[in-house]
Design a binder for this molecule. Sequence first.
Ligand code: SF4
Length: 97
Amino acid sequence: MDLEAKRNKEIEIIELMIKIYCKKNDDINEEELINYCTNKIQKCPMMETKTFCSQCPVHCYQKDMREKIKKVMRYSGPRLIFHHPILCIKHYLLEAK
Ligand code: SF4
């Protein structure tokens, strides 16, 4: 997968995970978090070598945003398989590498 495809795929996954979270929870501003994460992924200096942000040694997220995305990941990670099984399998394969 080329770099831009990888970047776009990651944006697609993060957006989906935030939407899954926000469908059932109202403590996070969906649009704000999607924009924030998309912006970070678009500027990510680790894109070539990284798997996912949770594995990153840089951690460019602000503390409060990091807390929000961690909450989203914990909630939506296990639920992703019902919404998008293929993306989910790829996500876990990448994380496992
Ligand atoms: S946390 Fe790391 S991998 Fe994630 S966007 Fe920031 S620099 Fe890139």
